[in-house]
Design a protein around this ligand. Structure first.
Ligand code: NAD
Length: 494
């Protein structure tokens, strides 16, 4: 991609953002705003509406009306497909502008942001658009006296609440299948990453998405998100974020209309390196990338590396070499390896984990501190902590930052025991050239994905979801469609 416009885009003024409700831009009902702070320099980038409960209710009503009158749900799936494909084209045509806006908002390095944000969102929307007219109903194998049909009907109004690390990628994982299925949506972006989701909602209108089908309301989770979660007019709630919020959403569903709630939560994913890994240099390079890309602000980050004791010290040295060679800094410089931490609060939380490990006598192999403070931005050196114990907080709780915990093991059984000794079960990896061991580990590790001799990179064709406290339900792949359809049986006596 031609990056020549980067320099002008990075300093372009950003107009005050507005909700997108019922096909129009709207400010908060009480006109209150939130400052949008850029993690690049800690400066105010623009403002956005501090949404009220009334704003969320207006968006939900718009989505309800749009669903009930059939302006979207009753369109032929091929017609919905045409609109969604136009939308994907518009996102792609504006990819650089959108990516730069997103980076100024959330700090992800531009190389990754381009690929993982607008381009990934466009690809996801296309994938589900193309599938829209290929979802078939069923005829059940009944006796000849009956005809039984199983219809798949769009589930209704979807509430989608998403986090700040990859707002467009994760947003599109919800919006693509929900809209292709014929649902209408009220989306609540994270406080520190709302601008690009608002921008693509405007592009959706330009592509011909009818008013009210996609509404985006910004503001605080405890106000806007909670109103969506408590609403009797929302039929399905899809969420990516922390377990603490996930719990509140389940409670809100129980208190209100028992809406279905699908949760994609955090992880403390084990990346297990056996001495017989095919290439330890490659394993170190990919594993370091598996934790330090987007400064560790990745739900599937391989944040615990379990290393077989016979290669432990040599492997830690290799990891440290990769980590210390990473360029951390200005996320709008295409040569940057890792950009900024999303917020000062997140940076301080990352540093607290390191400080606690230091005080417990764990070995800080590299990093461990804030850097580039003079820029005003929020940057942290890639950090490796060795000699971590399985019951340390660093081995059990998600940091969601560039902090890697290393634990040694002596046998396959011990590796499995340490790997599964966690409340989470999102991602994992095994590095080995022993095919039987790889298959044994795939069976024994409790996680939504087991990588073998790689980390990350699983494409749209496969589901992403967790077990245990990493969540339920799946994003990506055709399985993601299930969340947005209701099954209806017609039992016809002949
Ligand atoms: P968070 O739970 O604090 O916030 C996520 C979203 O929920 C935000 O939009 C927020 O405004 C909203 N929210 C907060 N309180 C709410 C409430 N009471 N009611 C309704 N909505 C509320 O999480 P975060 O800090 O933004 O994101 C980081 C977390 O997301 C990490 O735990 C990470 O692992 C997880 N994550 C998971 C995946 C996955 O696919 N499993 C992907 C990315 C991030």
């Amino acid at each position: 991609m031609d990056l020549s416009e980067l320099a002008s885009l990075r300093s372009a003024p950003v107009a005050p953002a507005a909700h997108v409700i019922d096909g129009e831009r709207r400010f908060a009902s009480d006109t209150a705003t939130l400052e949008v702070i850029s993690p690049i320099d800690g400066q105010v980038l623009t403002t956005m509406p501090r949404g009220t409960a009334d704003d969320a209710k207006a968006a939900i009503s718009a989505a309800r009306r749009a669903f009930d009158d059939g302006r979207w749900s009753d369109l032929a799936p091929a017609a919905r497909k045409a609109v969604l494909l136009r939308w994907a084209d518009l996102i792609e045509a504006n990819a650089l502008e959108i990516a730069v806006l997103g980076v100024r908002n959330n700090g992800t390095e531009i190389g990754m942001a381009l690929k993982a944000e607008p381009l990934s969102a466009a690809a996801t929307i296309r994938y589900y658009a193309e599938a829209a007219d290929k979802v078939l109903g069923e005829i059940a194998p009944t006796s000849p006296a009956t005809l039984a049909l199983v219809h798949r009907e769009p589930a209704g109004v979807v509430g989608a609440i998403v986090p700040w690390n990859f707002p467009l990628m994760i947003g599109a994982w919800k919006l693509g299948p929900a809209l292709a299925a014929g649902c209408t949506v009220v989306l609540k972006p994270a406080e520190t990453a709302s601008l690009t989701l608002l921008r693509i909602a405007e592009l959706a209108l330009e592509a011909g998405l009818p008013a009210g089908v996609l509404n985006v309301v910004t503001g605080e989770g405890s106000v806007v998100g909670a109103t969506i979660a408590e609403s009797h007019d929302v039929d399905v709630l899809v969420f990516t974020g922390s377990g603490a919020t996930g719990r509140q959403l389940l409670e809100a569903s129980a208190r209100s209309n028992l809406k279905r709630v699908y949760l994609e939560l955090g992880g403390k994913s084990p990346n297990i390196v056996f001495a017989d890994a095919p290439d330890l240099d490659e394993a170190a390079k990919v594993s370091a990338h598996g934790i330090f890309r987007n400064s560790g602000q990745v739900c599937i980050a391989g944040s615990r590396i379990l290393v077989e004791r016979s290669i432990h010290d040599a492997f830690v040295d290799k990891l440290a070499a990769v980590a210390s060679a990473m360029t951390v800094g200005d996320p709008l410089d295409p040569s940057t390896g890792a950009g900024a931490i999303n917020s000062l609060r997140q940076l301080e939380q990352n540093l607290r984990f390191v400080e606690e490990a230091r005080q417990a006598g764990r070995r800080i192999v590299t990093g461990g501190k804030r850097i580039l403070e003079d820029t005003g931005g929020y940057y942290m050196a890639p950090t490796i902590v060795a000699d971590v114990h399985p019951d340390d907080r660093l081995a059990r709780e998600e940091v969601f930052g560039p902090v890697l915990a290393i634990l040694p093991f002596d046998s396959e059984d011990e590796a499995v025991a340490i790997a599964n000794d966690t409340d989470y079960g999102l991602a994992s990896a095994v590095w080995t050239s022993n095919l039987s061991r790889a298959h044994r580990m795939i069976r024994r590790i409790k996680a939504g994905i087991v990588h073998v001799n790689t980390y990350g990179g699983a494409d749209l064709t496969v589901p992403l979801g967790g077990v245990k406290q990493s969540g339920n339900g799946h994003d990506k792949s055709l399985h993601a469609f299930d969340k947005y359809f209701d099954l209806k049986t017609a039992w016809i006596k002949l």
